[in-house]
Design a binder for this molecule. Structure first.
Ligand SMILES: [Fe+2]
Length: 488
C-alpha cells in the first residue's frame, strides 16, 4: 500500500506529485516570443514510493523530468519519470527497495549491485541526447523529444569513473562538455576523475587525481585554461553509513581545499590551496587572467545543509550559513598554498546562481540567483523551515559592473525554482534575451513558467505560461536551443 509519511519532506508543500503528463499548447498570458525556439528541461526529486525506512531527505526522490517545447509562439509540455534501475525495480515490486539516501547497507537483497542513482539533479542536452544526472551514479541518457529513458551509459565503454557530476560545463567556444566524478573509484573513496567529452558525446579524456579527503563535491569551476575542484568539509565515510548516520556531515574543524589543474594537465600538475572551513554548493562562474584564476560563488561560513548535520553537534545557524557571493582568486604563479577571498561582490545573499552561459569560463557582467526574503509575508501549506532549501520567494539579478541588484518578489504563496537565461540570438549582447523561472502557487498547487526581461527583472514577468498542476520543487535545468535538439 502506498502511503507517504506525514513528515516535512513528504507532506504539505512538499507532497509528492507522482504523475506523468503530455500537454499540447499550454495556456499563455502575454506573448511567447516567436523567435524563442528550443526546449527548457528541468528535473525534480519526486518520490514514486514512500521511503523504505519511514523518512528520507528530499534529495532521495526519483528524478522526474519536465520539458517545455517552444515552437514559434506555441509551448508544449511533457513530464516523465527517469526509468532508473531504482525506478524500474521498485515499480515492479510496488514498494521501495533501496534504503536511505546514499547508504546501500539498507537495500533489499534483490537490488544489490544495481545503480542507486535517481537522476534527479540536472538535465541538459549534449550530443543529441538528454543527460539526466545525479552525482552518485553514471549519466542516464534520454530521448530529448519523447523523454524515453535509454539507460545508464559508460560512453561506449570508455568512462571508467563510477559516478558523474550533475554540474558539467559546456565550453562555449569548443562545445566540449567538461565534467568530473568524485567517489570515482567507489562509494566514499577519495578519488576524483576529470572528464572531457566531445560535442558529439564521445569521451576524450579521463584523468584521475586524489583529493586530501573524501567530501561532497557538488559543483566545480572551469576557466579557459584551468579546472578547480573545491574540497569542502562536507565529509562522509563507511563508518557513518554503518552507524546509520546521514551519508554526509559538516566538519567545521577541517581545512577546505581548492585543487587547481591546467585543463590539459593531469594528476602531477594539480596544486592544492587551503583555507579554514566554509560551505559552498554551486559556482556562479569562473575565469582566469593569465595565472590568476577567479572563482565567483555563494559561500556560507557554516553548514548550508541542515539534513547533513554538523559533526560537532552545532545546530544549524541560518545567519552564518547565509551564502554571500564572493570571489576566490588563486595565483598559480605564486608559491603560496593559500588564496584570496574577496568581500561580498553582491549585496543580497542567495543560491542557485546562473549566468548567460555563453560567458561561462570568461569575464562576464550579469548573474541571476534566488533568495529567501524573510521580511515578506508567507502563505503556504508548510513553513519556510519545513520547505527548507527549496523555499525561494525572490529572484535576484546582479549587475557586477554597476553593483546594483534588481529583485522580484513573487507573492506570499509563490515558491520559485531555478532560473534559466536564454539568449535572444547567438551573438546578442550579454544579458539580452529572456529569463525563465518556474513559479509554484503553493496553495492552489499549480505551476507557471514565467518569462522575464533578464535585465528588467523588477518589472515582473512579461509572459505567464500555465500548467494545470504543480511541479514539485526541483533542482536544476537547462535550455536547449532548437539547433541543439536532434532532428525528428
Ligand atoms: Fe546543484
Amino acid at each position: 500500500m502506498v502511503k507517504f509519511p506525514d513528515t516535512p519532506t513528504f507532506a504539505g508543500y512538499n507532497e509528492p506529485m507522482r504523475f506523468e503528463a503530455d500537454l499540447v499548447d499550454l495556456e499563455v498570458e502575454g506573448e511567447v516570443p516567436a523567435d524563442m525556439n528550443g526546449a527548457f528541461f528541468h528535473v525534480r526529486p519526486d518520490p514514486h514510493y514512500p521511503p523504505k525506512f519511514g523518512d528520507d531527505i528530499y534529495f532521495g526522490g526519483d528524478g522526474a523530468v519536465s520539458a517545455f517545447y517552444f515552437d514559434h509562439g506555441r509551448v508544449h509540455f511533457k513530464h516523465r519519470y527517469v526509468r532508473t534501475d531504482k525506478y524500474v525495480a521498485e515499480e515492479k515490486a510496488g514498494e521501495a527497495l533501496f534504503g536511505a539516501y546514499r547508504n546501500p547497507l539498507g537495500d533489499d537483497e534483490s537490488v544489490k549491485g544495481k545503480y542507486r542513482g535517481t537522476a534527479n539533479t540536472n538535465v541538459l542536452v549534449h550530443g543529441g541526447k538528454l543527460w539526466a544526472l545525479k552525482e552518485d551514479s553514471p549519466p542516464v541518457l534520454m530521448d530529448p523529444w519523447t523523454l524515453e529513458t535509454e539507460g545508464y551509459t559508460d560512453l561506449d565503454g570508455k568512462l571508467t569513473a563510477q559516478t558523474f557530476t550533475a554540474h558539467p560545463k559546456i565550453d562555449p567556444k569548443t562545445g566540449q562538455m567538461i565534467a568530473f566524478s568524485y567517489a570515482a573509484k567507489g562509494l566514499c573513496t577519495a578519488s576524483i576523475a576529470y572528464i572531457e567529452i566531445a560535442p558529439d558525446g564521445t569521451l576524450e579524456r579521463e584523468v584521475y587525481l586524489e583529493p586530501p579527503y573524501y567530501s561532497m563535491i557538488h559543483d566545480f569551476a572551469v576557466t579557459e585554461d584551468y579546472v578547480v575542484f573545491p574540497v569542502l568539509p562536507v565529509i562522509g565515510s563507511w563508518q557513518r553509513l554503518e552507524a546509520g548516520l546521514p551519508h554526509f556531515g559538516y566538519d567545521p574543524n577541517k581545512e577546505m581545499y581548492l585543487g587547481v589543474m591546467p585543463r590539459g594537465g593531469d594528476a602531477k600538475d594539480v596544486r592544492w590551496f587551503s583555507a579554514p572551513a566554509c560551505f559552498n554548493a554551486h559556482v556562479l562562474n569562473a575565469f582566469n587572467e593569465g595565472q590568476n584564476v577567479h572563482i565567483d560563488l555563494p559561500v556560507g561560513q557554516s553548514n548550508g545543509m541542515p539534513f547533513f548535520p554538523d559533526v560537532t553537534g552545532a545546530p544549524f545557524n541560518p545567519e552564518t550559513a547565509a551564502p554571500m557571493m564572493i570571489r576566490w582568486t588563486v595565483d598559480m604563479g605564486s608559491n603560496s598554498d593559500g588564496f584570496e577571498q574577496s568581500a561580498p561582490i553582491a549585496p543580497i545573499p542567495g543560491e542557485l546562481p546562473r549566468i548567460d552561459d555563453r560567458y561561462a569560463m570568461h569575464p562576464y557582467r550579469h548573474g541571476w540567483y534566488h533568495t529567501a526574503d524573510p521580511t515578506k509575508p508567507v502563505d503556504l501549506p508548510s513553513t519556510p523551515a519545513d520547505i527548507g532549501l527549496f523555499f525561494v520567494n525572490t529572484l535576484v539579478h546582479q549587475d557586477f559592473m554597476t553593483g546594483a541588484p534588481q529583485t522580484y518578489w513573487g507573492g506570499p504563496d509563490i515558491v520559485f525554482q531555478e532560473m534559466q537565461f536564454v539568449p535572444k540570438s547567438k551573438d546578442a549582447p550579454e544579458g539580452e534575451g529572456w529569463l525563465l523561472a518556474l513559479a509554484n502557487h503553493g496553495n492552489s498547487r499549480r505551476t507557471d513558467l514565467l518569462i522575464f526581461d533578464p535585465l528588467r527583472l523588477a518589472e515582473g514577468p512579461q509572459t505567464t505560461i500555465s500548467l494545470p498542476f504543480m511541479l514539485r520543487s526541483g533542482v536544476h535545468g537547462n535550455w536547449a536551443p532548437a539547433e541543439n535538439m536532434p532532428t525528428t
